[in-house]
Design a protein around this ligand. Structure first.
Ligand code: PGA
Length: 251
């Protein structure tokens, strides 16, 4: 079974509710010649409005994070159930900005994935090494730890809709992209890790996205790689025309 391409926009802490509606409408109007699954992840405050704006389309709505507790005295936090209530079917977990700036450890991410799965949310699970880790040849050690700890205690049935996003931290928002060959090699290794942890058919079906400075002029070469099933786009997903070009990548 070929893996369906998956093109995701992580809008991070950008846009008002009105701007979110406008951008969501532009994504909805974009041509989708590759029949890709297309996902957007606006800020929490604009999720309901985005859900309304996306009505009648197949565009997937995702949150950028969720907390692992179901409810209670957790000032500022938003549960998986509340994310679903806002109209999301997906949630991004383990993004490197969450890991680096907000202290999301592998253990916390694992709890969040479990909470999301319990609510029936589909998880875009981000992993990736820092520049120092790559230069010290520790990329695979880091990715193995992130996968082992992040997915600990979850079965392949729990994770049947899992999407993995490989985002080398040194490529996020820096303009530096991993070369397509470098990304392909790492994606292939990630698939092998998933195969060893779960099964070969499981690993063969999981979509692995590449993220980190994806743009209109590098998406084609990335998407041409056998194990790159999609992209997770930050900055360039805020520009309607550029994101439309990324959705319409050329094979
Ligand atoms: P970028 O962000 O495309 O701006 O590098 C990617 C991401 O953080 O998901």
């Amino acid at each position: 079974m070929p893996r369906k391409p998956f093109i995701a926009g992580n809008w991070k802490m950008h846009n008002t509710i009105e701007q979110t509606k406008t951008l969501a409408a532009a994504v909805k109007a974009a041509a989708n010649p590759n029949n890709a699954e297309v996902m957007i992840a606006p800020v929490f405050t604009a999720l309901s409005a985005a859900a309304q704006a996306l009505k009648g389309s197949d565009i997937i709505l995702s949150a950028q994070d969720c907390f692992f507790e179901e409810k209670g005295a957790f000032t500022s936090q938003i549960s998986a159930g509340q994310v679903k209530d806002a109209g999301c079917t997906h949630v991004i977990l383990g993004h490197s900005e969450r890991r680096a700036l907000f202290g999301d450890s592998d253990e916390i991410i694992n709890k969040k994935i479990k909470a999301a799965v319990k609510q029936g949310l589909k998880v875009v699970f981000c992993i990736g090494e820092t520049l120092a880790e790559r230069e010290e040849n520790r990329t695979m050690t880091v990715l193995t730890r992130q996968i082992e700890a992040g997915l600990d205690g979850l079965s392949k049935e729990d994770l049947k809709d899992l999407i993995v996003a490989y985002e080398p931290v040194w490529a996020i928002g820096t303009g530096k992209t991993a070369t397509p060959a470098m990304a392909q090699e790492t994606h292939c290794q990630i698939r092998a890790l998933l195969s060893a942890k779960f099964t070969a058919p499981f690993a063969g079906a999981v979509r692995i996205l590449y993220g980190g400075s994806v743009k209109a002029d590098n998406v084609d070469a990335l998407m041409a790689q056998a194990d790159i099933d999609g992209v997770l786009v930050g900055g360039q997903s805020l520009e309607a025309q550029n994101f439309a070009r990324i959705i319409g990548y050329q094979k």
